[in-house]
Write a protein that binds this ligand. Sequence first.
Ligand code: PEP
Ligand code: MG
Length: 877
Amino acid sequence: MKNVFFFGNGKADGDAGMAELLGGKGANLAEMTNLGVRVPPGFTISAKLCTKYIESGKIADEVRREVEAAMEKLEIAAGRGFGNPADPLLVSVRSGSEVSMPGMMDTILDLGLNDSTVQGLAAQSCNDWFAWDSYRRFLQMYAEVVFGIGDSSAEVNPFEAALDCLKRERGTESDADLKAGDLKGLVEEFQAIVERETGAPFPEDPWLQLWGAIEAVFGSWNTRRAIDYRQLNRIPEDLGTAVSVVSMVYGNMGNDSGTGVVFTRHPSTGENELFGEFLMNAQGEDVVAGIRNPEPIARMADLLPETYRELQRTRELLEQHYRDMQDIEFTVERGTLYLLQTRTAKRSAAAAIRVAVEMVETEGLIDRQTALARIAPAQLDQLLHPTIDPTANAVVLTTGLPASPGAAVGQVVFDATLAAEMAKAGEDVVLVRRETSPDDFHGMVAAKAILTSRGGMTSHAAVVARGMGKCCVAGARELNVDEQGRCFSVNGTTIREGEWISVDGSTGRVLAGRVPLVQPESSPEFEKLMSWADDARLLRVRANADTPADAERARAFGAEGIGLCRTEHMFFQDGRISVMREMILATGLDGRKAALGKLLPMQRQDFVGIFRAMDGLPVTIRLLDPPLHEFLPRETAELEEIAAQLGVPLSTIENRVDVLTETNPMLGHRGCRLGITYPEITEMQSRAIFEAACEASASGVEVHPEVMVPLVAHREELRLQSDLVRQTAEQVFSETKCRVDYLVGTMIELPRAALTADEIAEVSDFFSFGTNDLTQTTCGVSRDDSGRFLSKYLELGILDDDPFQTMDERGVGKLVQIAVELGKGKKPGLKIGICGEHGGDPRSVAFCHRLGLNYVSCSPFRVPIARLAAAQAAQAS
Ligand code: PEP
Ligand code: MG
């Protein structure tokens, strides 16, 4: 098997498809060479040898022979000799794996320099200063990378110290003011440093230098930061890094030389023009080190017009060839352009969409399918919410779970009522709580962002915020929230009420102070791409929306109906919670009915609004689900208020709260168990739904109500509730002299329901998977408490993903699959959807597509993401 791959003189042993062996960099150098782009000649040593080297600690003899043979070819291609004092060949040595990894060693330049070849370099360049400057830079770079002297772990870098000292002596701050003789002295000093630190003189023999560099590159695969980076980004350990050895070209040979980094299109906007920077008379390392400030690439058109035109031609050639936007590094040596690297360019979501659409429509470089496949669905978040200005200098206080995307800035407030008051007065606030409860709803509505120290991705705060499209960071465990003391502390910083913070719900970051934001913008390209997605997908996409306003927004984002309207959310609004409490706290049927009578018109009114917003589309309305105690008052003042309202002693209320309090409410008196024990609740809600449907229908709206029963485990539960819903519907139809078509179905959100889905299907018109509860009950992990330990599980690799975010396909997914098979086995035409948070997660959407579900339902802001993910899933199958 070949281990070393040569490229030069317009021909390469490898190509872009060989990134696994050559690394991304090596593969593209080969590809560009074959393409006729001017690349300095060189060779790449296979990444496969990296793991072998790490295991054995040595480079095998046959590999050495291959490298020697490649060097001979390189000498011929470059017309110079490696180690030849009269006309030396100097090389750069770079690492590069299949996946770009900033955690690894980067580059050694000018390898091959020694006390004699430096003279040859001086002769080649007719510049003594340049030769000695290159030599001292090489010594330092090599010593840092190969010997670890003065690398980032050292307190003082002895090379920098020596250089600073010399500059002080010469009374200058600039390297350029030093004389060739000064630099020669510095070289001797650097050599002495190496000898002192390593106990041996700096290797003069270029071959010793080369083997040392190759081993250092291979070894850098296993540095701490490289290992950490791989773990974080899930890069396989056995990939290894390749080593590219490339003949040197110089951007610092005078004013007809330079170096630059450009994108073939604008990486933020996608505009089809060269974007990037250029630095005259400099090496790439000067730019990286920030020694001098580069100029916009357009300046090159004035400074080196001919070379600039060639760069433009190269840009076009590369885009035509790769059919994608590129990120290029180049050097100009005495007017001659050399490409040192090309790779697929990173870009913002807006740029990604514009580039993809224009490449289809304007340039015809790719087809629609490719365009759709190129956009990461999750990236669309950037286009739908404000984001943190990436150029801002922000201090990260801590990072929690990215529970609901977008970014916001506001004054910290610790209670919901104050949040609501301040917002009313026009202030921007961030509501910070240990965790939120329905009691906090008014504050959550008013706040710009919500931050909690507890709770997971499906905690109350996360679910409610996502529904509203509000930025939320949940489960920020490092946050010590002192709600009484009105402050929080985190990593040594204390933030008091009224102080400003910024919250980034897309990444989970919490930032100090007021960080500038970038506002989202829709674009014709976005609309176009989404229409292509709609043509490609088979899954329908609905939204989880609880209010008319949410429903309207969802429709604007392309929702094709509502997959989940959580009716309890309607009760959290101002004025309604007290009626709800009245209902819960009533001791007898009459009291409950009286309160329900007050709730009926409120619900009906909301349903009418939702039906209107969803004219012609299905609307799934779920009967009351959460444990009643979520609505209970907790503070004494609230208890007193309720007692006064109901005209009963405080003790009665306290007792009732006591009776209703559950040890494990998630598995307690909730879901259809409420409707079964208190049928009057189901009756009232059904009445509200059908009265609203008839009212809307009478005014010309096309309604398709689907009533959904939550937390069913047994067929009989659903049958009882369904009968009640249907009876109520008939009553309403006969009262209103109006009739609408409707469905009654169930959520499948308990393992028992999934396992007996055939029985349940007998009495159900549809299934909707409630994968939040199904995950909770299958894994035995509380949705609200998972934040405390899940991050550790992810860190240790026990889990690959947060199961509340991405469906656990092998566990929870298996139950979903069983339920689909059982359900359809009994009723082939059964309509099946999903309304858990997974409905907006791209990988879970793909899973739903594979299972043949009819639709996914997710929060309004994730509707475009689900549309694109569904299209990609359809294309992939
Ligand atoms: C679910 O359990 O997946 C669901 C959608 O319902 P909720 O989150 O309201 O329990
Ligand atoms: Mg549920």
